[in-house]
Write a protein of this length. Structure first.
Length: 248
């Protein structure tokens, strides 16, 4: 079985809309291992950290505890710390003052989401701000954004600015609808996608560990070389703090 690196998940409990407790986290990790995941970054939503009066140190503590429990239960997955940010004014303060604490595994890479209905073109200025500091924003699931689906030129601008693109596994499978699936495949076909992630939240059919399913679908359409890059090598490079390679 392939060993996937998953850079976006809601696997730690008590932070946002992921598992309710550590027991549920472990149940999800068992499914994740069966789906081929060997490394996973926990990325709770930043806004939910504030709501629940938690911070990046709490994420690290929960990740350490979950790793201990996983290994004690013979689950062959290593969990790493991260945060899922949103485009907002607050993100500028984060970039300027405490960037590393909000990155993926203390690297130069940052996971950022926009709303599903709109993409404010001022967000491009935020991407430029990241790049001015030699940091790399990874734009999460743009295939689900209605505005971006109608304005592909913005995807191209995002890429040209040096940002990366993360696609949701559920979109590839079709759980987010046919339109999102079609757009996700278009982004991949145009070689603008960097990686595909599970976005694990629970044990249900949507937002559960299913990278093995989307991997097979991408392999059927684009071939194993592309799949290995999107599911294995590029995510691993990000986890290690290295820029993915985009040559054919």
């Amino acid at each position: 079985m392939k060993k996937f690196t998953d850079i976006k998940s809601h696997i730690i409990p008590e932070f946002d809309d992921g598992p309710f407790n550590f027991d549920e986290s472990l149940e999800i990790l068992v499914l994740a291992e069966k789906s081929g995941i060997s490394k996973i970054i926990a990325t709770p939503h930043y806004e939910n950290l504030l709501i629940n009066n938690k911070n990046f140190k709490d994420i690290e503590e929960y990740v350490e505890k979950l790793n201990t429990l996983a290994h004690k239960n013979s689950i062959g997955i290593n969990i790493f710390s991260g945060i899922s940010l949103n485009f907002s004014e607050k993100i500028i303060d984060i970039i300027d003052n405490e960037a590393q604490n909000f990155s993926l595994n203390k690297t130069r890479f940052f996971l950022i989401e926009s709303t599903f209905n709109y993409f404010d073109e001022s967000n491009l200025k935020i991407i430029e701000k990241f790049r001015d500091k030699r940091l790399y924003p990874i734009i999460s699931h743009p295939e689900r954004n209605i505005y971006l689906r109608k304005n592909y030129k913005i995807i191209e601008e995002i890429i040209n600015l040096g940002a990366l693109i993360q696609i949701s596994s559920d979109s590839i499978i079709g759980n987010n609808g046919d339109i999102s699936k079609k757009f996700a495949l278009e982004i991949i076909e145009k070689k603008h996608a960097t990686c595909i992630s599970s976005e694990i939240h629970n044990k249900d059919k949507i937002l559960f560990p299913n990278l093995n399913v989307s991997y097979e679908l991408i392999t059927e359409v684009f071939g194993e070389k592309v799949s290995n890059k999107l599911f294995i090598s590029n995510p691993q490079l990000i986890l290690d703090g290295h820029l993915p390679k985009f040559e054919d």
